[in-house]
Structures are given as structure tokens and as C-alpha cells.
Design a protein around this ligand. Structure first.
Ligand code: NAP
Length: 486
């Protein structure tokens, strides 16, 4: 271990999938001084926060795993949330990452003093670091809808990512606002338990059907005895996902997208018997424009006698329920706001002050951006995993974080070798990347006429607009000319 390597101190913010990964990889690379600050009392990020009934990952379990830690024990093709949380716990323990995590410490402020980062915590303590890695997630800050009277509701009301398990579902009249992946999983899971389910749909969704069979014991035994089988399975699933989703959505004219639309269309036609209900559920935009929903039970659930699809707009929330613009009051005991997340937050509400007093909040005033989604000019040695405008979509964010981590480790080698002490993206390189990405986004399916969290408030896609294959290529090796090394 070089003296420099030992002397570089890393602070990672967030102990979710990406934070655990970064800590583990830094230690593996021989960086000994690594600390992870986690605001909650346990790790797991999105899988800790989202505990709603029906939560599962719609990326196949054998793909939604770290490449270096295959899991032969997945119970189903698509794993339920608690199992995924246990997997991250297990990996963190196995690789000694849990010892590096300081829980109950929220990073409130970061300030660069010209040579290092000063870190202020919610506990009143301070720390410092040469390098800060923000692994703070994308779908993290709940978005509460701006609906009149929301606080007048007399029953139980919570966001899908803040599920209140103390409220009994049996016998309840439940309203769910939203038709995104969260609302669909919730509706599929609770409709046969509750007295009435009212799904408030502002926009219908394209739904891809999926089976979720249990992984039988014989297969698990095979995976246990020969991990190479799992590695091959992961690689195969990855190829399939990249071809069918990731590379398709960035080319609005692609055949793969047309195929997805056909499958989703056939699913609607074949699964929904009542023509009037079918029309209410039929989207008028292209499949893939919003994130595709993957569900094997939503159409079944919404056709149950106790389920009501409400398509009239919401006028206001009242003490007894939701009043729609047609004057009807939908009486409810419980209201679930499955209304998504504020995807433009990233490190915020943390206050981040870079070189020369530059404030991240101001730099990101128009929209969050980062060179290749990892670095912002004037914020030396501050790097992001799953930061702004990275690849998002119906595939594994673990693969994104792994590629980014491997890329960053190459930059960290420059610090370890003593070649420089501070690294940040150059302004010109960042401006060029921003302009190129906004131009490329014009060809994606996300701009073909729908509202979604893939678009910012000016209608510009917030995601990597090129193929996933290109992302991997770019992440192989940093172009050092695009960085300012001091
Ligand atoms: P979302 O996709 O952003 O959906 C939010 C829903 O709330 C939309 O249907 C939206 O309607 C509706 N909505 C928002 N404000 C409203 C208002 N004022 N009145 C009526 N309806 C309103 O959020 P999400 O379902 O939580 O999913 C977010 C993302 O999390 C997903 O796209 C996915 O990336 C991830 N996720 C993944 C999984 C998984 O299995 N991997 C599961 C859950 C979530 P409009 O469509 O009309 O805007």
C-alpha cells in the first residue's frame, strides 16, 4: 500500500446499494480510511424506505445483485423487497462494510476549504475528508401531490414510501393515488384484502405481463454448488435487458420498442374483459415513454368486484375521502399517495459549498447536471453514484453503480499515486457533455408525448440518452483531459 493511498480519507454519504458498493470496492482497492454516514438506523436505501405491501424489484433477482456477490437463495424470479434488503445486509456484513457505517448521522453540510471537505453532521459533529462520494439515491425524496384539502383527510394518509403498517387493511376503504410502479404493486397486493380499493388514475399505463414463479430447490442447489451457472445467468439476463429495454428506449424508432408496445397492447386486450374498463386503461402515448410497468396481477386486481378505477380528476380531498370533479365523493378510510419522488434533489437538502464559495444549489438552479453524471466543476473530489442524468430505466441500477465505481477508482488511483490532490470535471467538458446529452435526448422515446419523472420541468429528459452499451464503453476509462487535476 502506498503512503498516499493510506493517507486518502473517503467519506461516503448513504448506505444504500451504491454506498455499500463504494465502501466495499474502496476497501478492496486498498484504501483503508473509509467512513460511511447513514442518516437512518440501518442500511438498505430504497429497500429500507419502501415497505409497502407487494414491494418487489421488477428487475429479475439474479440480475439485481452485485456481480461479485451472486445469490443462489433468491426465492422468486423477481425478489420481494425484504429479501433484497436482507441481501444488502448480508453482503455488507460479509465484506466488513457494516463496520464502516455510522448510523443516525445525516450529513447536513459540505464545504471545501481549498484542500479538503469539511462535513457537518446532524449530531453537531464535524468530520473531514479528501474525497466525498454521494450515494444518496435518485428515488428518495417523496413527492407529495399538490391537491386541495389534502390535510383535511380524517383517515390515515401516507406516501407509498412511508407505509404505516399499524393501519389495518382488512375492512378498510382504501384510496391509492397514482398509477406508477409503486401504485401498481400496492394495488396488486392489497385489493383482495381490503373492503374497497379506489385507484385514482390520472394517466393510464402500459403494462407488461410477467410471471413470478418461485425458484425451485433443485435450481437453488445447482446455483449453490456451481456459482458459475449464476454468473452466466446474470450475464444472459443483462444482455436481454440491455437489448430489450435499455438500448431501445433511447431510439424512439427502434423495433424493440414496437415489440414492447405490441406485448403491452396484447396484455390489455387479453386481460381486461369489460370494453369500457379496457378503454379507461388504454394509454394514448407510446409504450416506454413513461417507465414501463411490469405486473402479473394489476389487471386481475382492478377487475375484482371491490375495485374501482376512478378516472375523473381529483377536485379535492375532504375529511371523508376524495371528491372528484364530477362531484362524487369517494369515501375512504385510508389514502395512499403513490405519487412518486422528487428526482431533482440528489444531495439536497444538504448544503454543498465548493471551491471559492460556489454553492451547488445555485449551480443546479436551472437543473442538476454533472459531467458523465459523476462530477461537477468547482466541486473537487466530490463524486456521485447514480447522480444526475445517468442511465435509468427498466434495468439494474446496480450495474450502473458498479460501472461508475470502477471508473471512479481509476481516478482515485491518481490521488493514491500522488499525481494530484484534487480532481473535478472541467467546465468545458461538462458543458459539452450537457449540450450533447440534451441534443441526443431528442431521439428518445421519453419525449414522444407523455408526462413522467424522466422529464425535468422544462421537458428535457433527465436520463442518459444513449445506449447502455455506450455508457459501459465511456465508463471503462476516464478521459483525463476532461478533468482538472490539481
Ligand atoms: P411515479 O412513477 O412517478 O408515479 C407517480 C404517479 O402518481 C403517477 O401515476 C402520477 O400521475 C401520479 N400523480 C402524481 N401527482 C398526482 C396528482 N396530483 N394527482 C393525481 N395523480 C398524481 O412514482 P412511483 O410509482 O413511486 O415510481 C417511481 C419509480 O420508482 C419507478 O418509475 C421506478 O423507477 C421505481 N420503482 C421501481 C420499482 C421496481 O419494482 N423496481 C417499484 C416501484 C418503484 P401521472 O402519470 O399522470 O403523472
Amino acid at each position: 500500500m502506498t503512503a498516499h493511498r493510506a493517507g486518502v480519507r473517503f467519506v461516503i454519504i448513504g448506505a444504500g446499494m451504491a454506498g455499500v458498493l463504494a465502501a466495499l470496492k474502496l476497501r478492496e482497492a486498498g484504501f483503508a480510511d473509509v467512513m460511511v454516514y447513514e442518516k437512518a438506523d440501518r442500511l438498505g436505501g430504497t429497500w429500507r424506505e419502501n415497505t409497502y405491501p407487494g414491494i418487489a424489484c421488477d428487475v429479475p433477482a439474479h440480475l439485481y445483485t452485485y456481480s461479485f456477490a451472486p445469490n443462489p437463495e433468491w426465492s422468486h424470479a423477481f425478489a420481494p423487497g425484504p429479501e433484497i434488503l436482507a441481501y444488502f445486509d448480508n453482503v455488507a456484513r460479509r465484506y466488513g462494510v457494516d463496520e464502516l457505517i455510522r448510523y443516525g448521522r445525516e450529513v447536513r453540510r459540505l464545504e471545501h476549504d481549498g484542500s479538503r471537505w469539511r462535513i457537518e453532521l446532524s449530531t453537531g459533529d464535524c468530520d473531514d475528508a479528501d474525497v466525498v462520494i454521494a450515494a444518496t439515491g435518485v428515488l428518495h425524496h417523496p413527492r407529495y401531490p399538490d391537491i386541495n384539502g389534502l390535510n383535511e383527510f380524517a383517515g390515515s394518509m401516507f406516501h407509498s414510501a412511508r407505509w404505516d403498517h399499524s393501519v389495518p387493511l382488512e375492512g378498510a376503504r382504501v384510496g391509492v393515488i397514482g398509477t406508477g410502479s409503486s401504485a401498481v404493486q400496492i394495488t396488486g397486493a392489497i385489493t383482495d384484502v381490503v373492503r374497497e380499493l379506489h385507484l385514482f388514475q390520472r394517466t393510464p399505463q402500459w403494462i407488461l405481463p410477467v410471471d413470478n414463479p418461485p425458484v425451485d430447490e433443485a435450481d437453488r442447489a445447482r446455483y449453490r454448488s456451481d456459482p458459475a451457472v449464476l454468473t452466466q445467468l446474470r450475464a444472459q439476463l443483462n444482455r436481454d435487458f440491455i437489448q430489450s429495454f435499455a438500448n431501445a428506449v433511447v431510439d424512439a424508432d427502434s423495433q424493440a420498442l414496437q415489440m414492447l408496445q405490441k406485448v403491452a397492447h396484447a396484455n390489455l386486450e387479453d386481460s381486461v374483459a369489460d370494453p369500457a374498463l379496457r378503454e379507461k386503461l388504454r394509454p394514448d402515448y407510446r409504450a416506454g415513454c413513461k417507465r414501463l410497468i411490469i405486473s402479473g396481477n394489476i389487471y386481475q386486481a382492478i377487475q375484482r368486484p371491490n375495485a374501482h378505477l376512478v378516472t375523473a380528476g381529483i377536485d379535492r380531498v375532504e375529511a371523508d375521502g376524495i371528491r372528484t370533479v364530477d362531484g362524487r365523493l369517494h369515501r375512504l378510510d385510508m389514502l395512499v399517495l403513490a405519487t412518486g419522488f422528487r428526482v431533482d434533489r440528489f444531495l439536497r437538502p444538504m448544503e454543498v459549498v465548493g471551491r471559492g464559495g460556489v454553492r451547488l444549489d445555485e449551480v443546479w438552479g436551472r437543473r442538476p447536471f454533472a459531467y458523465l453524471s459523476v462530477s461537477v466543476p468547482d466541486f473537487p473530489n466530490l463524486f456521485m453514484l447514480n447522480g444526475p442524468n445517468g442511465p435509468v430505466g427498466n434495468f439494474s441500477l446496480i450495474d450502473v453503480a458498479e460501472a461508475q465505481t470502477a471508473y471512479l477508482l481509476q481516478l482515485f488511483e491518481l490521488l493514491a499515486d500522488g499525481r494530484c490532490r484534487q480532481i473535478s470535471a472541467r467546465r468545458e467538458a461538462t458543458a459539452r457533455f450537457e449540450a450533447d446529452r440534451i441534443e441526443a435526448a431528442k431521439k428518445t422515446v421519453w419525449v414522444t408525448g407523455c408526462r413522467s419523472w424522466y422529464l425535468d420541468d422544462r421537458g428535457v429528459p433527465v436520463a442518459w440518452p444513449w445506449t447502455f452499451t455506450r455508457f459501459r464503453e465511456v465508463m471503462k476509462r476516464p478521459a483525463l483531459d476532461d478533468y482538472e487535476l490539481r
